[in-house]
Design a protein around this ligand. Structure first.
Ligand SMILES: *Cc1c(COP(=O)(O)O)cnc(C)c1O
Length: 369
């Protein structure tokens, strides 16, 4: 198979809806994925629904993760996170276009910068599994061009020209859909930039597709630069012997593993679910990073929680979880000012929220309910 990450996919000008799914399934290890009829059966979804929804945002399940959904049933957290629903095709009053102003802050293509010392690199549009709540679901996979080597060189030049940037963060999509060779190349290029002191990967692969964490992968990631991998467990049900073993393999290779979760209606919006999630991670040596308030992107309305609902839950978490196990509860604001602590937002008489940034700037947020 041609290496999809190196070949320029500019030729994918074909905007046929079908191709969203086809492009998604060209991940490096296609053999570990479930056929669509199995997905429909396990999730109890009519084939017509999946076929309509996947035209907008791909539907793909690693066999391992679909087996989990099958064991845990159609109402489980795992099934809910990946079940295609017709609501994904319907506009909602609460939708915000570009909900975290990611698309307005790209100094070079595929780079998002909101901080002086770190940037996000959108290393790919592909994922092993497509979370239905994804805040980047508006960037369709088929239409999105994958990075060519020339695009990567532009990014390396940008980092070299901006020595304040110490930590490039590979995100996406899921950067671990790139091949080992590609990741090793990116790492070795980053190593040649004197101002880069460490790097980071944001990936859900250990959760959805633990078999991706091979000795070949860990070898590709090891080098001069310390690496942090921020994974994305949303529920204790995802902490299986397989996913925890994948985490342990990363840790054994010297990777610091942290976790960020998204607060999701009907998935993990109870105190018991949050306690089990973060206590389980602590037992596995995974540091808590963020609990993200869900971003209001078109198509993910059923997963949203209100600021007040989130605050009540987080107060209870703060009162009951060991401080070492408690993540920071943050929202990424639509005005592009970045992540702020939800607890520090001040509710106004008119129902809006205000937040004063440490540098004096003021943000105003309007909840959807
Ligand atoms: C979240 C984010 C980061 C990483 O921020 P941390 O607080 O270090 O996790 C960096 N850049 C952008 C644009 C982000 O949205």
């Amino acid at each position: 198979m041609a290496n999809p990450s190196f070949s320029s996919l500019h030729a994918v000008a074909d905007r046929q809806a079908e191709s969203a799914d086809a492009a998604a399934s060209t991940t490096p290890a296609a053999e570990g994925f479930a056929p669509r009829p199995d997905i429909n059966r396990v999730l109890d979804v009519p084939a017509e629904v999946t076929d309509q929804v996947r035209r907008v945002f791909p539907v793909q399940w690693p066999r391992y993760y679909l087996d989990l959904a099958e064991q845990q049933g159609p109402d489980s957290a795992v099934a809910r996170m990946g079940r295609p629903r017709l609501t994904e095709l319907v506009q909602d009053q609460g939708d915000i276009a570009d909900p975290i102003a990611d698309r307005r802050q790209r100094p070079v293509p595929f780079v998002v910068q909101k901080h002086a010392d770190r940037v996000i690199i959108l290393a790919t549009k592909k994922c092993h599994f497509y979370c239905r709540f994804c805040f980047r679901r508006e960037e369709p996979v088929a239409r999105a061009m994958e990075l060519s080597r020339a695009d990567w060189r532009c990014i390396f030049d940008f980092l070299r020209a901006n020595p304040d940037i110490k930590e490039p963060i590979l995100s996406g999509g899921d950067p671990l859909t790139l091949t080992d060779e590609h990741l090793a190349w990116v790492r070795s290029e980053l190593e040649t930039i004197p101002s880069v002191t460490h790097w980071r990967i944001h990936s859900r692969a250990p959760v959805h597709y633990p078999a991706r964490v091979t000795t070949g992968l860990t070898a590709a990631l090891q080098g001069r630069l310390p690496l942090r991998l921020v994974c994305h467990f949303n529920h204790r049900d995802e902490q299986t012997p397989q996913s925890l073993a994948a985490v342990a393999r990363l840790q054994a290779a010297g990777v610091q593993v942290e976790n960020q979760a998204v607060l999701l209606q009907g998935v993990n919006d109870s105190l018991a679910a949050q306690q089990a999630l973060w206590q389980g991670l602590a037992a596995a040596g995974v540091k808590p990073r963020y609990l993200h308030h869900p971003d209001r992107v078109a198509g993910n309305a059923p997963f949203r929680v209100s600021i007040e609902q989130g605050r009540r839950l987080y107060t209870a978490m703060t009162q009951t979880l060991d401080p070492e196990q408690n993540p920071r509860y943050v929202i990424d604001l639509p005005d592009g000012t970045g992540k702020i602590p939800v607890a520090a937002m001040e509710r106004q008489a008119d129902g809006t929220y205000r937040y004063q940034h440490p540098d004096g700037r003021l943000s105003v947020y309007q909840d959807w309910c």
